[in-house]
Design a binder for this molecule. Structure first.
Ligand code: SF4
Length: 536
């Protein structure tokens, strides 16, 4: 029997729920997703059995559209998502599998993609991932061979029918049918964090993200702003609002900054501490807060909610029932109530004086900071080394410049000589780049992509396609260093170039170039800069 693509996406047979793709792309259903965090140990452990029982109950509820299973969250080893996921899809449940880049390189991710597609999983949430915090006999080493953008691009190519092998042995593989999702962390404090997150969101969508889930947050104005920013920048993909159900323990944990990128302000924590003194330890308050957030998400125009937290099945039921009982406009009051942010929080848009939410007028202060006189002043604060690096790049490494022509000739001559000559030239390059940039000799240089900051030595996740979501007030989630992408934003903004900082195709570092001259690789067009030009 022939079925249309729409029919195939529906899966309305007696035992299967409609697909997430169908719900998001062909209906206006407000979808409900629940996040399941797998446990440690096998499924037969107490925690594993408990999670399986919860997941099966959620599966039996027709109002729960998708169950989303995490991938070693918090940088810890947990049971793989497939064990739980396979059981659930066999019961007709839509499942979203999280896939992060911290524990797998690109080959392992690709292989995992084929495995997931073969097992019947179609919904993937692509993440860079949390930095590992734990491991057997010491902390595990992170991989980060690619990132969320690279992962999206690779899976998009798999959806298109990927060509593998070379020459006579090459073949085009069958298309996978992944619905790819990505995360945006819009709940950031400073402009130098918020704006790069928005730019990266655009890059994720360009590379195949077909739905977005935003990071946990308790600021309705920022929730509103995200949708308005996306509309203003023609990012037309459905967004699912994250609703993490707090407890006192979780709120304290978040307030201390223990989960990268998740913020609970002091004002919200104070409220929670007060509520937690009640007889039920604040339980009713927490469930109501979550129900109100669901109503806000619906009212603002999100396409669904993404519920998370350590809850029992009955808690999920209570939240959803409560959210459904609210009046049509109640969310507006809730939105003014749930607006927890820092006093100096950056917003791209001015507030709407009537609602306290976001207007569509771009922040006057932000626009002021982009005026020529403000940029001139900003330039004074930029390190001289950056200005020199820009000039050198333009005159030597930019294709078409006189320096590039000479560099290419020299590189071609050196390429054909002995290993000793190559070693001497490479050594001279390292003598400049190690002290100047803390170069790690990767051979596929991203300095020009990140305002002359080295991702190998200064980004713990080696992020080459924009910042991960883990920063805290502009600082890296590991250690106390400023995020290189926040620093790059400051540098580029002084030159009026920050809005283009993530333009261009996804960047993949070529591991084959490690330990070779990055300068020669640029001049001989062996590195990602050459791919960038040929792809653009
Ligand atoms: S060559 Fe690689 S390791 Fe060296 S500065 Fe450039 S990006 Fe960093």
């Amino acid at each position: 029997m022939n079925t249309s693509p729409t029919e195939a996406n529906r899966n309305f047979s007696a035992w299967q729920k409609p697909t997430l793709r169908y719900l998001l792309q062909e209906t206006d259903t407000f979808v409900t997703c629940v996040e399941l965090v797998t446990s440690r140990g096998t499924i037969t452990e107490r925690d594993g059995r408990r999670m399986l029982a919860l997941a099966r109950k959620l599966t039996d509820n027709p109002g729960i559209h998708a169950l989303s299973i995490t991938d070693n969250p918090g940088g810890n080893a947990m049971m793989g998502a497939d064990t739980l996921g396979t059981d659930l899809i066999s019961r007709g449940q839509e499942v979203i599998i999280h896939l992060s880049c911290k524990d797998w390189n690109r080959n392992a991710l690709q292989s995992r993609g084929w495995q997931l597609a073969s097992e019947g999983f179609n919904n993937i949430l692509a993440l860079s991932g949390d930095y590992p915090t734990d491991g057997y006999h010491g902390q595990a080493s992170p991989v980060f061979d690619t990132d969320s953008v690279g992962l999206l691009k690779m899976f998009t190519d798999m959806n298109a029918g990927m060509k593998v092998g070379t020459g006579k042995r090459s073949q085009v593989l069958q298309r996978t049918n992944f619905l790819l999702g990505a995360v945006v962390n819009n709940h950031k404090r400073y402009e130098r964090e918020v704006m790069p997150q928005y730019f990266k969101l655009k890059k994720k969508i360009e590379n195949g993200a077909a739905f977005i889930i935003n990071q946990i947050g308790y600021d309705s104005r920022k929730q509103d702003e995200l949708l308005k920013y996306m509309a203003a920048h023609k990012m037309r993909v459905p967004v699912i609002g994250n609703v993490y159900v707090l407890s006192r323990v979780a709120a304290r944990f978040f307030n201390k900054g223990n989960i990268p990128g998740v913020i609970v302000t002091d004002a919200l924590l104070n409220l929670i501490e007060k509520q937690a003194k009640s007889k039920d330890k604040g339980k009713a308050f927490f469930l109501e807060l979550a129900a109100k957030q669901c109503a806000i998400a619906k009212g603002l125009g999100y396409r669904g909610v993404y519920l998370g937290g350590h809850l029992r099945y009955t808690d999920f039921e209570r939240i959803l029932k409560m959210a459904n009982r609210f009046g049509e406009d109640d969310w507006k009051d809730f939105a003014t109530e749930i607006c927890f942010h820092y006093p100096d929080e950056f917003y791209f848009f001015e507030p709407d004086p009537e609602t306290g939410l976001s207007s569509t007028e771009i922040s006057r202060e932000y626009l002021f900071s982009k005026r020529p006189d403000a940029l001139k002043a900003a330039k004074q604060t930029i390190p001289l080394s950056y200005k020199i690096n820009r000039t050198v790049h333009d005159k030597v490494f930019e294709k078409g410049s006189w320096g590039f022509t000479i560099g290419k000739r020299i590189s071609q001559a050196v390429d054909g000589t002995s290993k000793t000559v190559k070693r001497v030239i490479h050594g001279a390059e390292q003598a400049v780049k190690v002290p100047a940039f803390d170069c790690r000799d990767c051979g596929d240089c991203s300095l020009p992509d990140i305002a002359y900051l080295c991702p190998e030595s200064q980004c713990v996740k080696n992020q080459r396609n924009g910042p991960c979501g883990g920063t805290r007030q502009g600082k890296c989630e590991i250690g106390e260093k400023d995020c290189i992408w926040a620093r790059a934003y400051d540098r580029l903004k002084a030159y009026g170039e920050e809005e283009k900082m993530l333009d261009g195709p996804a960047i993949f570092k070529d591991g084959a170039l490690k330990g070779t001259s990055a300068w020669s690789n640029t001049f001989l067009e062996r590195d990602h800069h050459a791919h960038k030009k040929s792809n653009s």
